[in-house]
Design a protein around this ligand. Structure first.
Ligand code: PEP
Ligand code: MN
Length: 369
């Protein structure tokens, strides 16, 4: 699969000077004061060239703050005049497109919930047709590169050449430190399919919390993403949406200062393969830890049972049997005996310790560790 659709390079239409494109601003426009104060502080950071704000918010449940609507577009226009920053908003319906164009928004973006639905994407593309606006397309919620590609193709077919893809992570069922698992191999695959597409990462929606933003932003740059979109609010704790992931403009300035802009890393197929393998390792490590936790839970249960029945902790015959059995399984799977013995000993030691804690009545202590 490949696509040679023509897309304008970023530097042809954005003032990035060949540097990564940095977009920042609050998750949502909440009121004029919040928007202007945040924008004025962000405008002091030279790396930022585009100001974002959600005007219509896709909320999971009704009754939550759903955005300020059209008045927010007027405030954004004031931001543009007062700071010189370009502006961008999310559009999810043809009416949003019409209003955003009427109020001179520079860049529209399609959100992850919109991109999952080709009907919606097509309606938006039809509404955009004939305008010269720039459009950013977020990845769909599901890890499906074709759905993402299809949305970009629909926007392109509407005559738009200023297109950017935004990588914001993917819905993931298993436990993960991220709000949306990055699955870096997917944006890399998109770039392989459409080499001309600029891709920026949205660490805010990947992480879901502030403390992961720095390493994820660095990783995005290390993987040759063309920029970052980061949510920033002048008072994050009071934010009406995504409070846990927004940062102050001052924090944003520090984060950007600490990023290392590395040299090119090499061939895209190589990176894609490597990221696929790393994702696999992350998943397996997670499972390994879950299995160990489950094993220790059962060990605790055995400990309680032994204590109640006055049986000693260590039963040499059982342990010798375990070693023999596990070594046999492991060596058949190609693992070294030396490695298996070390591993089993570490697990055994921890198991004994937990049972000893239970015998001395300190089972709570081991839980608290
Ligand atoms: C957003 O950028 O505020 C947003 C709603 O993002 P996403 O579509 O990635 O969830
Ligand atoms: Mn948000």
């Amino acid at each position: 699969m490949s696509s040679d659709i023509d897309i304008l390079p970023l530097q042809d239409w954005l003032p990035t000077d060949g540097k990564p494109l940095i977009i920042a601003g609050p998750c949502s426009a909440e009121n004029k004061e919040q928007l202007l104060q945040t924008a004025q502080q962000i405008a002091k950071i030279p790396d930022v060239s585009v100001f974002r704000a959600g005007i219509w918010k896709p909320r999971t449940r009704p009754g939550e703050f759903e955005g300020v609507g059209e008045p927010g577009l007027k405030w954004l226009n004031t931001v543009k005049k007062e700071t010189g920053l370009l502006t961008t908003v999310e559009v999810a319906k043809p009416l949003h497109v019409e209003l955003a164009l009427k109020h001179n928004v520079d860049i529209l973006w399609l959100g992850a919930r919109t991109v999952v639905n080709p009907f919606n994407v097509q309606e938006i593309a039809d509404a955009i047709q004939g305008s010269d606006v720039a459009v950013m397309v977020k990845n769909p919620l599901t890890p499906d590169v074709k759905l993402w590609l299809g949305a970009i193709e629909r926007i392109h077919a509407a005559g738009i050449r200023k297109i950017i893809a935004i990588h914001r992570g993917f819905h993931y069922f298993e436990k993960s430190p991220f709000r949306n698992a990055p699955m870096w191999e997917i944006p890399i695959e998109l770039k392989r399919i459409i080499p001309a597409i600029p891709i920026i990462s949205d660490p805010s929606h990947i992480c879901g919390k502030r403390d992961l933003l720095q390493p994820v932003s660095q990783k995005a740059l290390d993987l040759e993403m063309d920029g970052l979109m980061i949510e920033s609010h002048f008072d994050p704790k009071q934010a009406l949406t995504d409070a846990a992931q927004q940062i102050t403009p001052a924090h944003l300035g520090q984060l950007l200062d600490q990023l290392v802009f590395r040299h090119k890393k090499g061939d895209i197929n190589f990176q894609n393969k490597l990221e696929g393998l790393r994702t696999e390792i992350d998943k397996l490590d997670g499972e390994l830890i879950q299995i160990l936790a489950k094993r220790l839970e059962i060990i605790d249960e055995i400990g309680e049972y032994k204590k109640e029945n006055d049986i000693t902790i260590l039963q040499m015959k059982r342990w010798a049997g375990i070693i023999r059995d596990r070594l046999s399984i492991g060596t058949h799977l190609g693992l070294e005996e030396r490695f298996l013995k070390t591993l089993l000993n570490v697990i055994h030691k921890e198991s004994m310790q937990r049972q000893a804690d239970i015998f001395s009545g300190g089972e709570k202590k081991s839980e608290e560790k």
